[in-house]
Write a protein that binds this ligand. Structure first.
Ligand code: HEC
Length: 113
């Protein structure tokens, strides 16, 4: 019985939510930060602009345990060749905590209905 419960819990946590959860307060700060940092001139949560839609980024990395670090690295040092032919410029002057918040927010964004 105990095993059964454990296995059901495991199954639930594996299927319940693909995107990583984030608090409403962090979501609000991340959105402001993304605007202030110019991210939203190339990205939208739901549509491809110059860079990929953020929900697509969340989908691509949903099974990767080091997704936050991967995205932080791409934002800080720039990224090319992962999504298409246009590269993302580096953001070397941003604080690591700010980049982490943006990465966590992006990974929390779900596919639009
Ligand atoms: C000048 C346009 C531009 C700006 C500004 C920009 N990006 Fe990007 N971003 C891109 C492009 C283009 C790609 C795809 C790069 C590739 O193919 O590897 C990308 C990719 C990404 C990815 C996916 C990286 C990966 O490893 O798969 C993330 C996350 C991201 N951007 C977040 C941000 C954040 C956060 C900011 C603001 C701090 C930002 N971007 C600003 C154009 C931009």
């Amino acid at each position: 019985m105990r095993n059964f419960l454990f296995i059901s819990l495991l199954a639930l946590s594996a299927t319940a939510h693909a995107a990583l959860p984030i608090s409403a307060a962090d979501t609000a700060s991340a959105l402001e930060l993304a605007k202030a940092s110019g991210c939203l001139s190339c990205h939208s949560p739901t549509e491809k602009i110059v860079g990929p839609a953020y929900f697509k980024v969340a989908e691509k990395y949903e099974h990767e345990s080091d997704a936050v670090d991967t995205l932080m690295h791409s934002v800080q040092y720039g990224s090319k060749g992962k999504w298409g032919r246009i590269p993302m410029p580096p953001h070397m002057d941003m604080a690591a905590d700010d980049i982490r918040l943006l990465a966590r927010w992006i990974l929390s964004i779900e596919k639009p209905q």
